[in-house]
Design a protein around this ligand. Structure first.
Ligand SMILES: [Zn+2]
Length: 69
């Protein structure tokens, strides 16, 4: 499948988001990576095996500010 050099990371790799974009649907808010991962604009992911990865917030400041709220 992947013809890139170096090859894109597989969908089960922690750096799977580093795979090349093969399709982008900005009006729908998602794109397809070379390894078959669907990547949504909210950082959620749908893996080729059907596994869903929940969106991740940008670096939370919980460690910096503690439990203040
Ligand atoms: Zn590739």
């Amino acid at each position: 499948m992947c013809q890139h050099q170096p090859p894109c990371p597989p969908p089960d790799a922690t750096d799977r988001e580093a795979a090349r974009l093969v399709a982008h649907y900005p009006e729908q808010g998602w794109c397809v990576l070379c390894n078959g991962v669907l990547l949504f604009e909210d950082t959620g992911e749908l893996l080729p095996d059907g596994q869903v990865v929940a969106p991740r917030r940008p670096a939370a400041d919980t460690t910096a500010t503690g439990v203040g709220q």
